[in-house]
Design a protein around this ligand. Structure first.
Ligand code: RET
Length: 258
């Protein structure tokens, strides 16, 4: 696979953008802890953990990308096959298998549901999300179109199940949320669907490209798609969680003075 100079720097810059977004959000959600009631702080801790874990993996992806494509200071090896080091796409999946279940627990935590209801949702969402990521990985790294489609379809089954639980099951708890909060939680769910939906689309790029897994356009598109989706699904999402926690804290009597 050949990357031209523009493609190479596009991926370089988007990875850099992903890394700094994760770092900044980690700091912001950490220092905002005392702006919410103690019972909502766990949701913020989970958000900080998610962006911290992602920041670490962006560092690793960044290193792996540079190693696989550059030699010396100024030479760019644009042909991945010529590179002695392979680009490791696995870092993303290691990241996701940790952060996706944590993101779902984060949603449940900010709702502060009754213990029973929270446990029932978590015991269904966490295994389903782990299965979704684990089933996607063999397809991601395969160069065979048929295998990509098969693993993609298998991974979509738990994906649809997660959407079902979030929309149908979780919908029932929205009636019990304070005024204004229910609407924000509704928007949070839409944000989740809109951003999580980008991943399977980015995954599809090498499948719909005539050059398949060897297409550099599909490679760049996938890196850009995954990174923008990560920033939306982890950073923007985490900040929305903070907003919900603030609204609920104020609705429950916390003074709105900081
Ligand atoms: C922070 C990372 C997040 C929120 C990652 C989410 C990832 C997905 C929703 C991935 C879904 C996939 C499918 C539904 C089918 C094809 C394979 C995947 C793993 C890309």
């Amino acid at each position: 696979m050949q990357l031209d100079a523009t493609q190479w720097s596009t991926v370089y810059n988007i990875l850099s953008f992903g890394l700094v977004s994760m770092l900044a959000t980690t700091v912001y959600t950490l220092v905002s802890q005392n702006r919410v009631l103690p019972k909502y702080r766990n949701a913020l801790v989970l958000s900080s953990m998610v962006t911290f874990i992602a920041a670490y993996h962006y560092l690793r992806i960044f290193d792996s990308y540079k190693e696989a494509t550059t030699e010396g200071t100024f030479t760019v090896i644009t042909d991945f096959k010529e590179s002695p080091v392979a680009f490791n796409e696995g870092y993303r999946y290691v990241d996701w298998i940790l952060t996706v279940p944590l993101l779902l627990v984060e949603v449940i935590a900010v709702l502060a549901l009754a213990k029973e209801a929270a446990r029932s949702l978590i015991t269904r969402l966490v295994p389903a999300s782990a299965a979704m990521i684990a089933l996607g990985y063999p397809g991601e790294v395969s160069a065979d179109q048929g295998e990509k489609i098969m693993w993609g379809v298998l991974s979509t089954i738990p994906f649809l199940y997660i959407l079902y639980v979030l929309f149908v099951e979780l919908g029932k708890s929205l009636d019990r949320q304070p005024e204004g909060v229910a609407a924000t939680i509704g928007r949070l769910r839409l944000l989740l669907i809109a951003t999580w939906g980008v991943y399977p689309i980015a995954y599809l790029l090498p499948i719909i490209d005539a050059d398949g897994a060897a297409s550099s356009g599909a490679f760049v598109g996938r890196q850009v798609g995954y990174t923008i989706a990560d920033v939306a699904a982890k950073c923007v999402f985490g900040l929305t969680i903070l907003k919900i926690a603030r609204m609920k804290s104020i609705a429950e009597g916390m003074k709105d003075d900081h």
